[in-house]
Design a protein around this ligand. Structure first.
Ligand SMILES: [Zn+2]
Length: 243
């Protein structure tokens, strides 16, 4: 799945098909051999270089593959064996692809947002049907709509500060976290903004970055969502009194 996400991350922003042709080196266009297409391992064995032209292969490939493996293992460990697992795997895979693209290009392609959203709706509907928890789907839908409206207004007031990609992303985040509960939505939102502020200040302090350079807000929102998903119960237990 991480390998596939790498194809999505590279090709979708260039408006290329994710199905064909088969993977090739972006520099010399030599097709990647079957034996050089093993996640993580091939990158190490080839010493981070294309077999044909020796141009460097981005560290993004093994990083995305390992992160995807870690996220999937995390979802499995968190969820156990139930009908929520497919939905959460779809959510983390979609967010990983979107965050990677946002980090590299400061865009969140709507085709990926809507594809992930569609798959997530189906997975949550299946879970609702099997476990008779339609009320959770209703709450999730409402969270998505409320978050969308808030971001839509913010984008309208200051499009320079909040891009429309983030407005679309809020549907995905609201639905995925809203399924877990409204508290997870609030935690994910604040955690994302908190992480964004901290990392943004660190970048300004340690690099030549200025406060006027745009930050990949989608990356921080995805990080906040991951935090809510994986350590949400441990954090929220301290806020029981606020319910
Ligand atoms: Zn090459």
């Amino acid at each position: 799945m991480g390998s596939f996400l790498n194809v999505v991350i590279y090709r979708v922003p260039l408006h290329q098909s994710i199905v064909k042709p088969r993977s090739a080196c972006p520099m010399c266009h030599a097709p990647i051999l079957e034996r050089d297409n093993i996640p993580v391992l091939s990158w190490l064995l080839l010493r981070r270089k294309c077999r044909n032209c020796r141009s460097p292969i981005s560290a993004r490939y093994p990083v995305v593959e390992l992160t995807c493996a870690g996220l999937f293992a995390g979802v499995a460990a968190r969820e156990g064996f139930n009908w929520e697992v497919p939905a959460m795997l779809i959510l983390v895979a979609g967010l990983l692809a979107l965050a990677s693209i946002d980090l590299e290009r400061l865009i969140l392609p709507k085709s990926i947002v809507y594809t992930t959203l569609g798959m997530l709706i189906i997975a949550l509907a299946v879970d609702s049907g099997v476990t008779h928890q339609w009320h959770r789907l209703l709450v999730a839908g409402l969270c998505a709509i409320v978050w969308f409206i808030i971001f839509f207004v913010l984008n309208f007031l200051g499009p320079r500060y909040l891009g429309f990609g983030d407005v679309r992303l809020s549907l995905l985040l609201g639905l995925g976290l809203g399924w877990l509960g409204i508290r997870y939505v609030i935690l994910g939102f604040f955690a994302g903004n908190f992480l964004g502020a901290i990392i943004g200040l660190l970048l300004i302090a340690t690099t030549k970055r200025t406060k006027d350079e745009p930050l990949p807000y989608g990356v921080y929102l995805a990080l906040g969502a991951a935090l809510a998903l994986f350590v949400g119960p441990e954090i929220l237990v301290h806020f029981q009194g606020l319910r």
